[in-house]
Design a protein around this ligand. Structure first.
Ligand SMILES: [Zn+2]
Length: 385
């Protein structure tokens, strides 16, 4: 059975009450220097069209090392990784029509730490961070019962994050899980996500989970527009926008987690071992002309997929992404072409076999069908080898 490493990022607030002034100003100095370097690297990446971390590191590491002699070299490496990732996601967003700026700007509120520039003592929840001159600062982390489950898990990289309400350390923990095989006789649940509803099921059942995500997003969109037109101070405006953005995402994330719990619960109940979802990468490559709205939605869908995938694997379920092409336009029974039905707005009718079904149900059944088709064709190609 396949073994996979699952990684989860968790957030700690740093207790700054006992930290002295000089340590705090050292931390701020680190943020400033790091920001300057990342922005310089982004500028360099954009001017030279470099999207790979290795390429950026190769071109700039030595020079930065000489110019910033007291900064631990780990930060130059993570700054290269960070800048490459910002520039890469900027290009992706621009291609999706989600931003119009010339180049991205890093606001400097996050520092990427690698395994050598921070240590964590999970017994006392204290973290040590390497600062200028290779010295260390020890920080006490505020923690809850929730964090107990990370004890014994493998420690990965971390991010130091400065926010209006304090300093945070986001740490990634990972765990190895053994997953069931994705075979042609596995029982599956397919999941299709629409703007306001997540639909999941197989041939035996189809359930709907109302997310109302589109409604929530519209409400926050209007709120942000009001802030932009009514609030005068730039800084206050930025803070308010950030606050509502955070609130919107936390609200949607909570709904996503609830939906994931429900789907996983159902899978365990009926003995399904594989969750099937749309492969969104295919959209990115092939479907350049779809309208903007749908693209924004798929971006959000990607976040739901990651939550569901992670939670599913922790519960011993496997996850398979299949091609979404034609899942809403072809009949899941005979493969015939579907037309809108005269009997209802959401209904589709098959030209060939006469099947009449809700379009969400059709999408779910097609995703499930595609899983078995892909399993079968993988088997055939193995035999022909
Ligand atoms: Zn049909």
């Amino acid at each position: 059975m396949p073994v996979e490493k699952i990684t989860l990022m968790t957030k700690f607030k740093v207790d700054l009450t006992d930290v002295d002034e000089s340590a705090i100003s050292e931390i701020h100095r680190l943020f400033e220097e790091y920001r300057r370097i990342v922005n310089e690297l982004i500028y360099f990446a954009a001017s030279n069209h470099i999207t790979s971390f290795m390429g950026l590191c190769y071109a700039k590491y030595r020079e930065l090392r000489q110019r910033c002699p007291t900064l631990p070299s780990n930060y130059i490496v993570t700054a290269c990784q960070h800048a490459a990732s910002i520039y890469k996601s900027f290009i992706e967003r621009r291609e999706l029509g989600m931003c119009e700026k010339e180049k991205p700007m890093f606001k400097g509120r996050t520092i990427w730490l690698d395994e050598q520039s921070f240590k964590l003592d999970a017994e006392s929840w204290r973290a040590s961070i390497m600062i200028n001159g290779g010295r260390w600062i020890i920080l006490r982390l505020l923690h809850g019962k929730y964090h107990e489950r990370f004890k014994g898990m493998e420690l990965g990289e971390a991010r130091l994050v400065l926010r209006d309400d304090g300093l945070y350390l986001n740490v990634s923990f990972s765990q190895r899980v053994t997953l069931p095989e994705m075979s042609a006789d596995a029982k599956v649940i397919a999941v299709d996500v629409n703007e306001n509803v997540i639909v999941y099921g197989n041939d035996d059942f189809v359930e709907r989970f109302e997310t109302n995500e589109g409604i929530i997003r519209t409400r926050y969109f209007l709120k942000r527009r009001r802030i932009r037109s009514k609030i005068r101070g730039k800084e206050l405006q930025r803070r308010l926008l950030e606050k509502y953005k955070g609130r919107e995402w936390r609200r949607i994330r909570e709904i996503y987690y609830k939906a994931a719990r429900e789907i996983i619960g159902k899978a365990l109940e009926i003995g399904a071992t594989v969750i099937v979802m749309e492969d969104l990468e295919i959209y990115k490559k092939d479907m350049g002309s779809k309208e903007l709205n749908g693209r924004l939605h798929r971006w959000s869908y990607g976040r739901f997929q990651r939550i569901l995938e992670y939670q599913a694997k922790l519960h011993g379920l496997n996850v398979r992404y299949v091609s979404p092409a034609y899942t809403s336009s072809l009949c899941p029974v005979c493969g015939g072409e579907l037309n809108p039905s005269p009997n209802g707005r959401r209904l589709r009718i098959c030209q060939r076999c006469g099947l009449e079904e809700d379009r969400d149900v059709i999408a779910v059944k097609n995703l499930k069908k595609r899983y078995y088709e892909e399993c079968a064709s993988a088997k055939t190609s193995q035999i022909s080898l």
